[in-house]
Design a protein around this ligand. Structure first.
Ligand code: UDP
Ligand code: MN
Length: 240
């Protein structure tokens, strides 16, 4: 049987949220053996969101994981960290095998990505499109192995990769119970992978030796706040 993919999505309330999660959910509907973990940066799980997740008919877990308020005040806010930490905790308590992947609510996923990452043994990596000044962030491959990284913001990182550029085996996570993601904007990926004690030689290149872009770091333009002229109770999926 197919290994389960645990697809971890941090999400937070804003006008675009229902549109983003509808598009993402309808992508995930095409993927077999997938469990969607939606980690809600909200004091409680938004029941209107739970309702749309049920509609997709996917196995899902909706977790409330609000960002502690002290981090919200920082100049560089560590977005999605409390959410991903909560999802990792859930996986440790509820999963024994499979693969997990951090899929933000606004990114774009080629369905091929899922069959590529499903057999990840330790940590797999692959290019991410629309990242930074270079327009792509990707591992550099020589002789079928990762030897370095092409990324426009190296920043003294051992693993200068985007959150969407790697997948991890659940068994490997369970073997490294102290692995954690820091509340440090820009360094979440690098420090998380270091905390997994990852060796360069263990990285499994995917997407045709990292020559194909199967995920894009798309971002939705934020429109100025509108004045909703009707009660939210009528249009519950259109929030202000
Ligand atoms: N996010 C969150 N809380 C926040 C801001 C963002 O949970 O206060 C989530 C967001 O929904 C997304 C991820 O964290 O899944 C990364 O955030 P964003 O897309 O804003 O970051 P960017 O793509 O601009 O780096
Ligand atoms: Mn984003």
């Amino acid at each position: 049987s197919l290994p389960t993919i645990f697809f971890i999505t941090p999400t937070y309330p804003r006008r675009e949220q229902f549109a983003e999660l509808t598009r993402l959910g309808q992508t995930l509907m095409h993927v077999p053996s997938l469990h969607w973990i939606v980690a809600d940066d909200n004091p409680e799980c938004n029941p209107f969101l739970t309702e749309i997740f049920q509609k997709f008919g996917l196995p899902f877990t909706h977790i409330s994981s609000p960002m502690p308020s002290n981090y919200r005040k920082r100049y560089f806010v560590p977005r999605g960290v409390s959410n991903r930490r909560a999802a990792l905790k859930w996986i440790k308590a509820n999963a024994a095998s499979g693969v997990f992947y951090f899929g933000d609510d606004d990114n774009t996923f080629d369905l091929t990505l899922f069959s590529e990452i499903r057999d990840t043994k330790i940590v797999s990596m692959f290019p991410v499109g629309l990242i930074g000044e270079f327009g792509v962030s990707a591992p550099i491959i020589e002789g079928g192995k990762v030897v370095g990284f092409f990324d426009s913001w190296p920043a003294d990182r051992k693993f200068p990769v985007d959150m969407a550029g790697f997948a991890v085996s659940v068994e490997y996570l369970l073997q490294h119970p102290n692995a954690t993601m820091p509340y440090k904007a820009g360094h979440e990926e690098d420090q998380f992978l270091k905390s997994l004690d990852l060796k360069m030689s263990d990285i499994e290149p995917k997407a045709n030796n990292c020559t194909k872009v199967l995920v894009w770091h798309t971002q939705t333009v934020k429109k100025p706040k509108h004045n909703l002229k009707v009660p939210e109770s009528i249009f519950s999926n259109l929030r202000t």
